[in-house]
Design a binder for this molecule. Structure first.
Ligand code: BG6
Length: 487
């Protein structure tokens, strides 16, 4: 269904996010007819570009970042015709009046401001929008992480935005929520009757959440200030946890869902003091070289002034949710750069059967596991015990009930931003983080961060291309469990 016509004003229009993610995502939606030439995309940044130069940038971005089979020159020409450009220097206040003529006053044209800029500019931009008369009560503002580096700084950023925009106008992006497979968690849990009765501590032994990346981090400017805890756990992985652990909401209305997510975050058992050493492990990758190939370590990738950095590129931790449903069920997280492979998955390990009648069978019954693969090779697998075929008596074997999305659906899987960018126009905040959620996540993460920062320990080294430091294995094995690793 096509969305209402819009004026999307993108601050940071010449930046990486715009080129790599926003323009390709908008192109796909345009290509599929979800909006047309009645909508306008207005790029804003400090550089002095003409409309034509900005259109060239948009065209280049489509050519570079959209899969070749979707590149259609006639569609691209129509698509870039809706782009225009305004040069504004936010810090020295130049150019603001030029934005006025680019915006339409028609109330049917949705007005959205996407701030793909450093967070210290969010406040000033919002203020100018108001002062110059571009603010409307029905306008929307979209912001990205990092929304602060701790609770206090996140509070300041949100205060600055909320001076101008009400909470129902603010769209805080966590792009994991836009991923098809992440939304599928909702379908899996709440569109099937099978799971809910066993989705609790009576039947679930523990849950593992893994987001492993094979790429490195040292060349990304921001990363050293951030580290894996802030970059991945505070936002993406806690959001995954919320979707896995929350109570069934009464509807999919934005606040119904966000209220339930918030309860999960607020029920997380704090990890502070000596518990930090027991429940968390951080690591940093070191280089490896073998037979002619070599991969640099994190330290080797850093510029000279940052050498010796203690920033973690890997985190494993054990979290607990203190509520009736999850009491006693550990949630093991792990995420890192330069790991053995790129994989994001959630593993629900059920309890062992209470009594086995197969004492004399070959192969003991193993606990069932539900594996939700978020990327790549998206799908859901349930590992079950069956009888091995054959006349030789009862031999038990673990086999997967396998739902592979690639095999089941022929449609292309849309990128997260395609959904999120248009949800802003639809006025649907379901897949965006509310301020209180964000703050609850920071409140839980901050004590871990500060214990690390004030302690003497450095992150444990791990070799690039592995599953992280040995401490991560010890973390789960101490509890008599192991990481699920079938790649
Ligand atoms: C970003 C992080 O939010 O997510 C990056 O800042 C990370 O460090 C990226 O690489 C991972 O996203 P995806 O969609 O590739 O899993």
């Amino acid at each position: 269904i096509p969305v209402q016509p819009f004026d999307y004003v993108v601050f940071g229009a010449t930046g990486d996010l715009t080129k790599r993610k926003l323009i390709p995502a908008l192109y796909h939606r345009f290509h599929d007819g979800q909006f047309d030439e009645q909508s306008h995309i207005i790029g804003v940044s400090r550089s002095k570009l003409s409309d034509e130069e900005f259109r060239t940038l948009a065209r280049d971005s489509v050519h570079e970042f959209v899969e070749a089979e979707y590149q259609d020159e006639a569609v691209i020409a129509r698509f870039v015709s809706i782009f225009s450009y305004v040069s504004i220097d936010v810090s020295n206040r130049e150019g603001w009046t030029d934005l006025g003529p680019a915006l339409r006053e028609d109330p049917k044209v949705v007005r959205a401001f996407y701030l793909a800029v450093a967070p210290d500019l969010f406040g000033p931009i919002c203020q100018y929008l108001k002062d110059k008369g571009y603010y409307r009560r029905d306008a929307r503002v979209v912001v990205e992480k990092p929304l602060g580096h701790d609770l206090a700084s996140s509070g300041q950023i949100n205060d600055a935005i909320s001076e101008i925009f009400a909470e129902d106008q603010v769209y805080r992006i966590d792009h994991y929520l836009g991923k098809e497979t992440v939304q599928n968690l909702l379908a899996l849990r709440f569109a099937n009757i099978l799971f809910e009765p066993i989705w609790n501590s009576a039947h679930i032994d523990h849950i593992q959440l893994t987001v492993a990346e094979s790429v490195g981090a040292g060349t990304r400017g921001y990363y050293d200030e951030s580290g894996a805890l802030r970059d991945m756990i505070q936002n993406h992985m806690l959001q995954l946890l919320c979707l896995v652990a929350m109570e069934p909401p009464a509807s999919d209305e934005a606040n119904a869902l966000r209220d339930e997510k918030l309860k999960v975050l607020r029920s997380l058992k704090p990890i502070r003091g000596e518990a930090v050493g027991r429940c968390t492990v951080r690591g940093q990758y070191r280089g490896v070289s073998s037979e002619g190939t070599s991969v640099k370590g994190y330290q080797d990738e850093l510029p000279a002034e940052k050498k010796g950095s203690r920033t973690e590129t890997f985190v494993a931790l054990k979290a607990e949710i203190e509520n009736w449903r999850w009491s006693g069920v550990p949630f093991y997280f792990r995420t890192g750069k330069r790991m053995a492979t790129r994989v994001s998955e959630i593993v629900i390990q059920f309890r062992t059967i209470p009594h086995s009648i197969f004492d004399h069978a070959e192969g003991a019954p193993r606990p069932n596991r539900l594996i939700i693969r978020l990327q790549p090779d998206e799908g859901v697998r349930m590992l079950m015990m069956i009888k091995d075929p054959g006349p030789g008596g009862m031999r038990l074997r673990e086999v997967p009930l396998n739902l592979s999305f690639a095999e089941t659906f022929s449609e292309r899987t849309p990128e997260a931003y395609e959904r999120l960018l248009l949800d802003v126009i639809r006025g649907n905040q379901t897949l965006f983080m509310r301020r209180d959620e964000l703050e609850a996540a920071w409140s839980w993460v901050d004590p871990i961060r500060s214990a690390w920062d004030t302690g003497n320990d450095a992150p444990q080294p791990y070799s690039a291309g592995t599953w992280g430091p040995t401490g991560a294995i010890a973390l789960i094995e101490r509890d008599g469990r192991t990481w699920h690793e079938d790649g």
